[in-house]
Design a protein around this ligand. Structure first.
Ligand code: ZN
Ligand code: ZN
Length: 368
């Protein structure tokens, strides 16, 4: 009895396999050939700036929400609670590290360079010492981030507090870009999507990110019951490691998942659609009047396919809903295929919720 009590006490003290961390609800978005599809949030706050939660809780939230990689990015220049905690900007990362290791969450050391517009706010990731970014001139903070080998992105470019009339790209941003001091941009922040930022990302070859910028608890600010979840940056990494994430971010291998929509460069969204949706011939029906195929959605994302001109000519005239984790059957007649046994009729569709540019949707081919 005494031994049992001792064991229970030790288990409690060391906190092994603590149930309070779970359950984790996995986000199912399949890997694409040659890459891991990692789910990330690279913008969040703790009590070490103006957030309301302890760093460890950010890791637990991320675990529960199915993320693989996060960065705590407290404001470098703004710490309203510093008399209660302290203003060592490396502390949030240090505090969160153990829990991240326990849960297998990749934790990236970061900070938010918080300046007035221009250039506004930017996050620097993969920093070695966040404190060194506390400089008088903003130019020196960016130069310091660069010297530490950081990946830097412009945060919430359309934030009304800093861009009240129009969402503007300033000369300062051009200079930062030319000096290799910004490599990415948020096209989604918190609950807002910025089409202007998406267009800039494509035009200026910036990495696309969508992050929560969460300050309170994630459950308090996003109403999961209503279906609104935090934005997720999908990172296509060759390996599941901090180094793998860094290379992927620097190379622009990302897409954003927010509010049921996907945003990204055409090549990545095309590969992602191919990984999410499988096409299979319905062999049992191949001898019948109609030839049918199955489309299966292996992901958590609901897709809607809009038939193109040729598909409509072949009587596929209605939008096709392909909900998460479901299969639909589509049919065309042998006559339409050019005779029985001829199985190569490629028909074009537009994916209604995949954006390769502002207002431009991904086009895909389905083969019958
Ligand atoms: Zn900010
Ligand atoms: Zn922020």
């Amino acid at each position: 009895m005494r031994n049992l009590l001792f064991f229970l006490l030790m288990a409690f003290v060391t906190g092994a396999a603590s149930a309070q961390d779970g359950p984790r609800r996995n986000i199912t978005v399949p890997d694409i050939p040659g890459y891991h599809t990692l789910k990330g949030d690279f913008h969040m706050h703790t009590v070490f700036s103006d957030g309301l939660v302890w760093p460890t809780l950010r890791v637990i939230e991320a675990w529960q929400e199915g993320l693989d990689v996060i960065a705590l990015t407290d404001h470098v220049e703004y710490q309203p609670f510093k008399s209660d905690v302290n203003n060592d900007r490396n502390r949030p990362h240090a505090i969160a590290e153990q829990k991240a290791a326990e849960l297998g969450i990749l934790l990236i050391r970061g900070g938010e360079i918080t300046r007035k517009m221009p250039p506004g706010h930017s996050n620097a990731l993969f920093l070695k010492d966040v404190n060194k970014l506390d400089t008088t001139n903003w130019q020196d903070a960016f130069a310091e981030a660069k010297s530490q080998g950081a990946f830097v992105f412009w945060n919430h470019p359309g934030w009304k507090a800093q861009q009240p009339d129009t969402t503007k790209w300033f000369d300062e941003h051009t200079r930062l870009l030319e000096q290799g001091m910004i490599q990415g941009i948020e096209i989604v922040n918190y609950m807002e999507y910025y089409p202007e930022a998406f267009a800039w990302a494509l035009e200026k070859n910036l990495t696309i990110l969508g992050n929560s910028d969460i300050h309170g608890s994630i459950y308090q600010e996003y109403d999961a019951k209503s279906g609104l979840k935090r934005p997720v940056t999908l990172v296509f990494a060759r390996e599941r490691s901090a180094e793998g994430v860094k290379s992927a971010l620097k190379e622009g291998n990302t897409a954003v998942l927010f509010n049921g929509n996907l945003y990204g460069r055409q090549e990545w969204l095309k590969a992602l659609f191919g990984a999410c949706v499988g096409q299979e011939v319905n062999a049992a029906a191949s001898g019948s009047e109609q030839h049918s195929i199955f489309l299966t959605n292996y992901s958590d994302i609901d897709f809607r396919l809009i038939p193109g001109k040729d598909a409509m000519k072949n009587h596929l005239i209605y939008p096709l809903d392909l909900p998460a984790h479901s299969t639909i059957a589509l049919s065309v007649t042998p006559r339409q295929l050019g005779g029985p046994g001829k199985l190569s009729l490629p028909l074009g569709f537009t994916v209604d919720n995949m954006f390769v540019a502002p207002g431009k949707k991904l086009e895909v081919i389905v083969r019958f």
